[in-house]
Design a protein around this ligand. Structure first.
Ligand SMILES: [Zn+2]
Length: 251
């Protein structure tokens, strides 16, 4: 079984009028067809290699291979062959491989195991839909207010909460599975409300606040002392500062 090799496809043709055919000896039109060769693996084109040309007499239909071209045909072919452009798919394999490498590199950079990402995920998994005054008084108060003001459509009973105080920092996490349904201005209001509630908490008076509101999948609202975002692409890592600076976690 051939798993790699080269194949060729026609990538362009042009006519050379009034060129003498060696077979029928008529001054007829010669059609030069350019074939682009490409390397393939399992018939998937990987990258282009050379070009070759074949001339066909439009009168007698005899074909001449490039090695048998007359000087005139060679000259005309050289002048015109740049018009025969490679289709993008001749690069398909290299393109895919390149994209994969780029993707892996990007993933590698972003996922370069930041231990704080695990800590945040851990905290996100500890969120509760029924915080109590004893277990988490701040979440309890946020929930009390959200339960009153949020419309049933957004289903506040499904919200989850967690707050954490560590040194001079506070992490306030809220999960609203239907947050996507809320329009952007409404989401900003939700964030403002959390801020207002937490600003009124004595425990949090002098704390730097790291607020994250998660939708069904991703973090959509984030506010930290240095970052604020209301978008489906809010950068979760902006919350990592709560756990400490990156340098503190480097060994
Ligand atoms: Zn001919």
């Amino acid at each position: 079984m051939i798993i790699f090799g080269t194949k060729a496809s026609n990538i362009g043709s042009f006519d050379v009028p009034k060129s003498k055919c060696e077979y029928c000896e008529l001054e007829s039109t010669q059609r030069i067809s350019v074939f682009g060769k490409y390397a393939h693996i399992f018939w998937i084109p990987i990258f282009p290699t050379s070009k070759k040309a074949i001339a066909e007499c439009t009168h007698c239909k005899r074909t001449i291979e490039q090695k048998d071209f007359s000087d005139k045909l060679i000259q005309l072919y050289q002048e015109n062959k740049s018009k025969a452009k490679r289709p993008f798919w001749h690069w398909l394999g290299l393109g895919i491989i390149g994209s994969l490498i780029a993707l892996i590199t990007i993933i590698g950079i972003t996922a370069e195991e930041d231990p704080r990402s695990m800590m945040l995920n851990n905290d996100l998994s500890m969120m509760s839909s029924s915080p109590t005054m004893e277990s988490d008084s701040i979440s309890f108060k946020i929930k009390q207010i959200f339960d009153q003001v949020v419309t049933e459509e957004i289903n506040p009973s499904n919200f989850e909460y967690l707050t954490k105080i560590q040194g001079n920092k506070a992490l306030i996490l809220v999960k609203m599975p239907k947050l996507k349904k809320v329009e952007k201005s409404g989401r900003s209001e939700a964030l403002e409300m959390i801020e207002m509630i937490t600003n009124n908490q004595q425990d949090l008076n002098d704390k730097e606040k790291y607020i994250g509101v998660q939708g069904a999948i991703s973090m959509m609202l984030i506010k930290t002392p240095t970052y604020e975002k209301n978008s489906k692409l809010a950068l979760t890592r902006e919350l990592y500062e709560f756990y400490g600076t990156k340098d503190e976690f480097k060994k």
